[in-house]
Design a protein around this ligand. Structure first.
Ligand code: ATP
Length: 605
């Protein structure tokens, strides 16, 4: 879970977020405010009109002159009110949508530039919930609650002023009432805020659970875990429900206190006013006007208390979004342009030491020194966990060294502009990654401007032409989410073709041929053989065939280089490499025996 920034000032987060979001749309916001002011002025003038109508005798039938004109003015007032309200609604709702769209995009873009450290502890579902649920809360705040609050705030203040002007005596009673209503409302609202945060957190937790399961549905079904996973989700959802219920109980209490106290007070004031009219101290028009303003004020407070809950929720949401926006695992994106390298980069690891930030006590690379001349192909072999992929993590600048240096053409890797540096590298990961979309889009991923013929050539180089020709729409074929419509070996060749098309000076292949059959592997070997010309290539490999094609083999064990040389020289040394190679030879021999003797025999039976 994302650690929560401890702050006692969620409203400060909300204010900062709102002002930075609204500043670009100042004109829009001011027009909405103007419409709001006009609307409020219209509503506030309605009671005044009614008082006139009563006291001048129009409503009791004592006076008829100018009756039509008086009602005409009333109609005009009402239509202006309607037009102002509709305009305000349009402006404010659109503003809410605009701002939440901006916010969502801003948070997402910020997430994409974070270092892997952040993604190691990330629950994707939780972040997605932040992106959708929390930004929607901000949208509701701007698109409705804020204007609702402002409108009610204005009518409440306007109403209060008019109350004092109409009857100072009754107004003081109303003011006492306001204090009586406000104190419990503020106390309850505070509680609602912390409960809102809990309920949003629980919702994010259940989204995270669903996300992980849906992403790995085949394993879930293969291990018959549907029922258990559904129960786990149900438990998380029940916790969300319980948190939401606690919040709703408190909000209902808040509503009861606010509405009950406000209207009870209004009745008391009405009773006092009725006494004054009976005594002749007040006209009936004045009482009607006073009651209408008091209703505005009472209703205004009730509405404000309700909207306060939404402000609390939005403040929680803003706080969480600010946490995401304040993440400081962003990689610095400045630095020198990488050196021009014809025929690949010269790369030198100098006394490199490295520990992962999440496990600072464990040294993964120790005193690692290696010089790779321009254009060389180096195979890196070693037991699982030796630190081979870690070398690539460092070369691609996902992590920075603990000590030592990596030099690219004698320039420190750390001093290079990370985007420009990565633009010179092509990478095939251990797990072939394929995105939804067409096959062609996948190959073009790192080189979107490439032509169809370049794509076809890259596929050919990656020994993928035969399988692409079998697809119904060739390179236009949709491959499905994560490339589910392709086999493992096909996905691998797609990711190799993507790397070939990037035409980079440094090619990094991590077990790139692991899920290929012997024939495809041979074809990919040929492809690598062809594509390695003019660039430096590092291949992490377990398979002997891949290793033997390299200019040099570096054998790693527990973060250190234990042997280097060619296949022949290393076998002659009879060390770790010879052991690894003999194990593989035995495996290959066993495979051959199975294919040539056991399988045919089994088929005969
Ligand atoms: N992000 C990480 N945080 C902490 N430790 C890590 C991280 N990634 C890898 N490690 C640890 O670093 C060690 C080296 O990992 P690495 O992936 O480099 O090994 P490898 O030689 O490529 O292994 P394999 O052949 O199995 O892929 C492993 O013991 C692993 O547990």
């Amino acid at each position: 879970m994302i650690t929560h920034m401890k702050t006692d000032k969620p409203y400060r987060s909300l204010r900062t977020t709102l002002s930075s979001l609204l500043t670009p749309h100042k004109g829009w916001a001011f027009s909405a405010l103007l419409a709001l002011l006009v609307g409020s002025a219209m509503s506030l003038s309605l009671p005044l009109m009614f008082r006139r109508l009563i006291d001048s005798g129009y409503l009791s039938g004592q006076k008829m002159d100018g009756l039509n004109a008086a009602f005409g003015v009333l109609l005009l007032l009402v239509f202006t009110l309607a037009a102002a309200s509709a305009t305000r609604y349009y402006l404010v709702t659109t503003l809410g949508e605009r701002v939440s769209t901006d916010l969502r995009t801003r948070v997402y873009s910020h997430l994409l530039v974070q270092r892997p450290e952040f993604f190691e502890s990330l629950k994707v579902g939780e972040v997605l919930s932040r992106l959708t649920a929390d930004t929607t809360l901000i949208q509701t705040l701007i698109g409705s609650s804020m204007s609702f609050a402002l409108r009610n705030g204005l009518t409440t203040i306007g109403g209060l002023i008019m109350l004092i002007l109409t009857s100072p005596k009754l107004s003081s009673a109303v003011l006492v009432l306001v204090v009586v209503v406000l104190v419990p409302v503020i106390i309850l609202a505070r509680r609602v805020r912390s409960l809102s945060r809990t309920s949003q957190d629980k919702l994010a937790d259940s989204s995270a659970i669903a996300q992980e399961v849906l992403n790995n549905i085949t394993i879930v079904q293969a291990f018959n875990q549907e029922h258990r996973q559904a129960e786990k989700f149900s438990m998380a959802s029940e916790l969300t429900y319980a948190a939401a219920k606690r919040r709703t109980v408190n909000r209902s209490g808040l509503m009861f206190v606010a509405i009950g106290l406000a209207f009870a007070g209004l009745i008391v004031v009405l009773w006092m006013g009725a006494n004054d009219v009976a005594k002749g101290v007040m006209s009936s028009g004045e009482l009607a006007q006073f009651v209408m303003y008091a209703a505005f004020v009472g209703g205004g407070f009730a509405a404000l208390s309700e909207v306060l809950g939404e402000f609390q929720r939005a403040a929680g949401a803003a706080e969480r979004l600010i946490e995401l926006l304040n993440l400081n695992t962003t990689l610095r994106r400045t630095g020198d342009a990488p050196p021009q390298a014809v025929g690949g980069f010269e790369i030198e690891f100098k006394n490199v030491e490295f520990r992962y930030p999440s496990a600072p006590d464990r040294t993964i690379l120790k005193n690692f020194s290696l010089k790779i001349p321009r254009g060389e192909t180096v195979a890196i072999v070693g037991p699982s966990g030796a630190g081979k992929s870690t070398l690539f993590n460092l070369l691609l600048r996902w992590y920075d060294l603990t000590s030592g240096e990596i030099l690219i053409e004698n320039q420190a890797l750390q001093s290079l502009h990370v985007d420009q540096w990565r633009a010179r590298c092509a990478y095939v990961s251990q797990e072939a990654v394929v995105f939804s979309g067409s096959l062609g889009d996948n190959i073009r991923y790192g080189n979107p401007a490439a032509s169809d013929s370049d794509v076809l050539k890259a596929l050919d180089d990656a020994a993928a032409t035969t399988f692409v020709n079998r697809l119904p729409d060739g390179i236009q074929t949709e491959v499905g989410e994560k490339g589910v419509r392709l086999s493992g070996g096909e996905r691998q060749r797609v990711s190799i073709a993507r790397a070939i098309l990037r035409n980079a000076s440094l090619l990094l292949l991590d077990e790139a041929t692991a899920s290929l059959d012997a024939e495809s592997e041979r074809l990919v070997q040929t492809a690598i053989e062809r594509s390695r010309h003019g660039r430096t290539t590092l291949i992490i490999a377990h398979r002997l065939a891949t290793v033997m094609a390299a200019d040099r083999i570096v054998v790693m064990n527990e973060g250190e280089i234990v042997e280097t040389g060619t296949h022949k020289s290393l076998v002659a040394q009879n060390g770790l490499y010879a052991k690894l190679a003999s194990l593989q030879f035995i495996d290959e021999a066993a495979e051959k025996t199975y294919d040539s003797l056991i399988r045919p025999a089994a088929q005969l039976n």
